[in-house]
Design a protein around this ligand. Structure first.
Ligand code: HDD
Length: 748
């Protein structure tokens, strides 16, 4: 089977199928419908009102039918009402004893409005509070049949999904681009019940046993006295913990690598982390690790970009996901399995499969694609969907079961427990986004926020009063199965197996698998983070950990910190590098990438128009950058101005002229030019080009463009394309964008 072709065919099928789909991917969720706009950064008419936002003029005489989805509570009509449905004439003035008051207690509309508002917030997630979600569809390839009988993986089976991406440490309002692990949680609404794959973009975890989760999170969260710093690990308590608790070193190294600052949620891998146990129709079991492989490849920001974005656009990842979906540049991932024999010792190639601080390199066990997920719809309401979605590693379907990994075992308890506080009781599965698409008949009753009106007199089994209903599955009907896994004869202990004691060999393997430029980024990340610590003992202890990973890594970080270089206390083993861990060296599609075009109103506007069309045709998004907003030329409108653009939102920049300073740029006059001198090129364009250069982006220029490059001091060649015409330059720029960055430009 040609798997590459299968991936492309599945992607095309989903995307083309959307246009003809009458039903949204998720019933009642209009966000899952095909997008109505071509490109979100274009000036455009307002989006058409959703079905539940129709004006009275569009309704029947009684205003009865707005066409709102069944679950759009309190939006079933165009008229403002109280929560009880009585129409309201005035919601701007409280009821007072005379115009100058006081306000009367009897104003029940006022009290209802304020009381509800006072209780609008719910507790944010204790971890992963900051996130963004999307709807989509998963299509099985049928290639997993020999491993699992899970029906949603069967060939051509389409399953609606909801995905929530997140950071871990920050509060709900924190910045997207901080250095952190990213959550990647997927809810598959399968016909056999809901399956949640609650993973991260990093394949290992900080701890081997869930009992330590509060410890690692307390260490990573802001200091309890000052509640700073927000959403980052660059502080004493984090490094105190990970340097004392060396099993965290592997995950920490991934965080310090470029994986800790993804370019986009669309360009991240996802990992189920734990090993799961799958069973096929013949009852044979296998141990399995889940992987998500992004269609667009794995890419990262530079550290400077990440920091700038924290101020310029803290919603960068959320916006990127939303815009891409609105634009029809649907993000897609292949789901893949690493499959291992289910041996009694649960080891593979000497690696303990129950240790969540270890990976199995892909070179030892290939990731086999079993299906594709395409995200096709944005949420209609952030709170109702993204905030209220509740994942749980125990939401499993027939064919997929857990293992005894002690981290996973604790998670099985934590995820329901946390919803009781966060979502206010045990009925969170009835919230629309959490409702299974499979029929539910669970005998669970009552509790806060019970929405169901259960019928029958006997919610217990066995019963005769309700005719014995509901019935437990019998015979070969498909159902959850407790696999008869042998549990070793043992004594109760609080201890780990000896295989969990190796905390360093895979960290070294990760380090050795990085290209020189990625290693340089890691060195700088450790130096920055430890440089933010105040406690000398913490820095020294972490340097000792680095010495046990690699001598050069340790020496360079120590030099940056101005501290002595410790000797390793362990013998360093030269693990075989795993090329799959590096992001450098491969080529990827450039779909959905942002290409800025710096326009000189006196320059080649016809060329700009032509290039703009070509960028769209290549599946990317052009952004016309002009001295000021509005019309630039015939049919060309500025989407960014010299005042609003920064390199961070672009993947490449084209310079179609050499714009002279606009009057509003003169206060920003380049100091190097000296007071009174007027620079030849607008200094904001110079700054943009300098930043694009520093952030290793491809830069193209034609016409008078090369002289703007010169003004920015850009003389080198790698990733700099100069040419005669716009389309010619774009073609060569696009070729280089496939590598994501101009890697040669980083000083190593
Ligand atoms: Fe967790 C949320 C991923 C270990 C306890 N976790 C949460 C989310 C993700 C993960 C992606 C956000 C889900 C969402 O978007 O709503 N967690 C992981 C991974 C882990 C992991 C990949 C290790 C392999 N987690 C872990 C442990 C515990 C928890 C060991 C507790 C012992 N995680 C939680 C939680 C959260 C959560 C407290 C907070 C909000 C929620 O569950 O719904 O229960």
């Amino acid at each position: 089977m040609d798997l590459k072709q299968l991936a492309q065919d599945t992607f095309d099928k989903v995307v083309n199928g959307l246009a003809s789909k009458a039903e949204p991917a998720v019933p009642g969720v209009p966000g899952a419908e095909p997008p109505t706009v071509a490109e979100p950064t274009e000036p455009r008419d307002p989006l058409p009102p959703k079905a539940d936002q129709a004006e009275p003029a569009n309704l029947t005489a009684t205003g009865a039918d707005s066409g709102a989805p069944a679950n759009a509570r309190a939006q079933q009509d165009a008229w403002l009402t109280t929560s009880q449905g009585a129409r309201v004439r005035d919601t701007d003035h409280s009821l007072k004893a005379g115009e100058r008051g006081p306000t009367l207690l009897q104003d029940h509309h006022l009290r209802e409005k304020i009381t509800h508002f006072d209780h609008e917030r719910i507790p944010e997630r204790v971890v992963h509070a900051r996130g963004a979600g999307a709807h989509g569809v998963f299509v099985g390839y049928g290639t997993a049949d020999t491993v699992t009988r899970a029906a949603f993986l069967q060939e051509g089976e389409e399953t609606p999904v909801f995905v929530r991406f997140s950071t871990v440490l920050g509060s709900r309002g924190s910045a997207d681009t901080v250095r952190d692990t990213r959550g990647f949680a997927t809810k598959f609404y399968t016909d056999e019940g809901t399956f949640d794959l609650v993973g991260n973009n990093i394949p290992v975890f900080f701890i081997q046993d869930g009992i330590k989760f509060p410890d690692v999170i307390h260490a990573g969260k802001p200091h309890p006295d000052r509640e700073i710093p927000q959403a980052q690990s660059a502080h004493d308590t984090f490094w105190d913990f990970v340097s004392l608790h060396t099993e965290a070193q592997h995950h920490t190294m991934w965080n310090m690598s470029d994986r800790g600052i993804p370019r986009s949620y669309r360009m991240m891998e996802g990992f189920g982390v734990h090993t799961f146990r799958c069973v096929n129709d013949a009852g044979e079991t296998a141990l399995v690790k889940f992987h998500w492989k992004p269609r667009l490849g794995v890419h990262s920001l530079t550290w400077e970009e990440a920091q700038l974005l924290g101020g310029i656009d803290p919603d960068f990842h959320r916006r990127d996901l939303y815009d891409a979906i609105e634009a029809g540049a649907y993000p897609a991932w292949e789901l893949g399995l690493q499959v291992f024999p289910d041996e009694p010792d649960q080891m593979f190639a000497g690696i303990d499969l129950l240790d969540p601080t270890k990976i199995v390199p892909e070179e030892l066990a290939a990731v086999q694609p079993v299906g594709m997920m395409v995200l096709t719809g944005n949420p209609t309401n952030f709170f109702a969907e993204t905030e209220q979605v509740a994942f749980h590693v125990g939401h499993l379907v027939p064919g997929i079961d857990v293992t005894d990994d002690p981290l996973l075992q604790t998670r099985l308890f934590s995820y329901v427990d946390t919803q009781l506080t966060r979502l206010g009781g045990p009925n969170f599965s009835q919230i629309p986004i959490n409702r299974p698409h499979a029929p539910v008949n669970d005998m669970l009753r009552d509790g806060f926020h019970q929405h169901a009106v259960h019928v029958g007199a006997a919610p217990y089994r066995p019963n005769s009063l309700d005719g014995g209903c509901p019935f437990a599955v019998e015979g070969d009907a498909r159902a959850m199965e407790d696999l008869a896994v042998r549990v070793a004869e043992s004594t109760k202990v609080r201890a780990n197996p000896a295989s969990y004691d190796d905390h360093y060999s895979q960290v070294r393997q990760f380090w050795l698998s990085m290209s020189p430029v990625e290693q340089q980024h890691i060195i700088r990340a450790y130096t920055f983070e430890l440089g933010k610590c105040y406690e000398q003992a913490v820095k020294e202890r972490q340097l000792q950990c680095l010495a046990n990973i690699d001598a050069r890594l340790c020496a360079e970080v120590a030099t940056g910190l101005g501290l002595p270089v410790p000797d390793a206390t362990l013998e360093l083993v030269d693990a075989e590098p795993s090329p799959a861990l590096s992001q450098v060296g491969q080529e990827w599609p450039s779909d959905g990438r942002m290409v800025g075009i710096v326009v000189d109103p006196d320059g080649d506007l016809a060329g700009v128009a032509e290039v703009r069309t070509a960028i769209f045709a290549a599946g990317m998004v052009p952004l016309v950058i002009a001295p000021r907003g509005g019309q630039v030329g015939d049919g060309l409108v500025a989407q960014r101005t010299f005042a609003t653009v920064r390199s961070v939102e672009l993947d490449a920049v084209l310079v179609a002229g050499s714009p002279v300073p606009a009057p509003d740029a003169l206060p920003l006059r380049d100091e190097k030019a000296g007071a009174g001198d007027t620079p030849s090129v607008d200094p904001r364009v110079v700054l943009l080009l300098e930043e694009c250069f520093r952030h290793a982006k491809v830069i193209g220029a034609w016409g008078a463009g090369p002289s703007a490059l010169e003004a920015a001091g850009i003389t080198g060649t790698p990733g700099i394309v100069r040419g005669e015409s716009g389309p010619e330059v774009l073609g060569r720029v696009q070729e280089q964008m496939a590598l994501h960055r101009v890697w040669e430009r980083f000083a190593v």
